[in-house]
Design a protein around this ligand. Structure first.
Ligand SMILES: [Ca+2]
Ligand SMILES: [Ca+2]
Length: 128
């Protein structure tokens, strides 16, 4: 079910693709759960798109979080704990963002991927 602005945008045949209006929710409550060390793909379909991912962080473990651009060129990401911003990364390796971060406690954390342009990317949350 597509509605509202996404449907409007879709109807314009603009920047959306065969992947549909959006592949990952724009808010943390419906975030796509990611298994640590397993890469997952996504797409920034609109310039205002936010793709939310969730993962289980373990206290004291350091994570390397990468968003590798595939067809897009300039993604950026933000790491959240219960909606509070913990880290932000834009151009770490060229235009690709990367976050190194040690989980202060065990629990669910969120990564929001956004873009300064449109296209696909691969998100990897790797434990060190
Ligand atoms: Ca998306
Ligand atoms: Ca989204």
């Amino acid at each position: 079910m597509v509605s509202g602005l996404a449907q409007y945008f879709n109807d314009q045949g603009g920047e959306t693709t065969s992947a549909g209006p959006d592949d990952h929710a724009d808010w943390a409550e419906d975030a796509t759960f990611v298994t640590v060390d397993e890469p997952i793909g996504g797409e920034i379909e609109h310039i205002w798109d936010i793709d939310f991912f969730a993962f289980e962080g373990e206290s004291g473990v350091t994570y390397q979080i990468d968003v590798e651009p595939v067809t897009m060129s300039d993604p950026y990401m933000t790491l959240y704990d219960d909606f509070e911003e913990l880290e932000y990364s834009d151009d770490y390796d060229g235009l690709a963002p990367r976050i190194y971060w040690e989980a202060p406690s065990s629990g669910t954390y969120f990564v929001a991927v956004e873009g300064f342009d449109l296209g696909t990317y691969t998100l990897t949350i790797a434990s060190q």
